[in-house]
Design a binder for this molecule. Structure first.
Ligand SMILES: C[S@@+](CC[C@H](N)C(=O)[O-])C[C@H]1O[C@@H](n2cnc3c(N)ncnc32)[C@H](O)[C@@H]1O
Length: 234
């Protein structure tokens, strides 16, 4: 698993949000949160599991919307950031943060209504194993994102400290059906990659993001997108 050790460092965890989601990175944070909300819909009272919850960006957001949510991550320092965020948001009592390995989930079959993972599959050496495990503990829905092989992401992927696994659409569709799941919806975005947005100030990011969204709405949007969001059902 790429990055399993990388995210154990306190310094990495403390800087995680600031490095990725300030400046132009705000457009990424907003879009990812919308992707999760669109896919999960109303979560009030639902039992939800977030795999690789990291600093709790989505965990806290869903707790605020009434979900009965568990956030699981292998890194203690990342979970610590999540606990702080939950306390600041006043939802610490309604979230269970749990240290654990996504490859061996400590839950019975069909335990959750929905199970999702954001920014996790690019780290996975054996995605089929993780997807099967997510499907096992979910009653009805699994949601996740991937970074795409034939996209601007591939231009700088080799520069990243641990690289990322990039996926083709056919590969994801095969993974989904291999796990006994059915693809309900897929959304594709970010022709300019995340790595660009996080490095530039808002006044540069904004016009790029507008152009990105405009181009994304044309037939070129899907083939050029660097990120895909996959909503699958059992
Ligand atoms: C890129 S971060 C994403 C965090 C969060 N999902 C987000 O989007 O902000 C990847 C996360 O995966 C976690 N991780 C890596 N391998 C894992 C594993 N085998 N089981 C659970 N979590 C894992 C890391 O500790 C890290 O918090």
């Amino acid at each position: 698993m790429k990055g399993q050790e990388w995210y154990q460092a306190t310094e990495v965890a403390e800087e995680y949000d600031e490095k990725r989601f300030s400046r132009g990175g705000r457009y990424i944070d907003r879009r990812e949160k919308r992707a999760v909300l669109d896919a999960l819909g109303r979560v009030d009272g639902d039992r939800v599991l977030e795999i690789a919850c990291g600093t709790g960006r989505f965990t806290v957001m869903l707790a605020e919307r009434g979900a009965d949510i568990t956030g699981l991550d292998i890194s203690g320092p990342m979970l610590q950031e999540g606990r702080q965020k939950a306390a600041q948001a006043g939802v610490a009592d309604t979230i269970e943060f749990m240290r654990g390995d996504a490859g061996r989930l400590p839950f019975p079959d069909n335990h959750f209504d929905s199970v999702f993972a954001m920014r996790f599959f690019h780290l996975a050496d054996s995605p089929a194993t993780y997807l099967r495990e997510m499907a096992r503990v979910s009653k009805q829905q699994v949601f996740f994102d991937t970074f795409n092989r034939f996209s601007t992401r591939s231009l700088y992927n080799w520069l990243l400290p641990m690289g990322s696994r990039l996926y083709g659409s056919r590969e994801v569709r095969a993974l989904v059906s291999g796990a006994g799941l059915t693809l309900a919806d897929a959304d594709h975005d970010f022709i300019a990659p995340y790595g660009f947005y996080r490095e530039v100030p808002d006044w540069i990011a904004r016009p790029f993001r507008n152009a990105d969204v405009t181009l994304g709405d044309t037939p070129l949007g899907e083939p050029l997108a660097s990120v895909s969001y996959w909503d699958v059902r059992l």
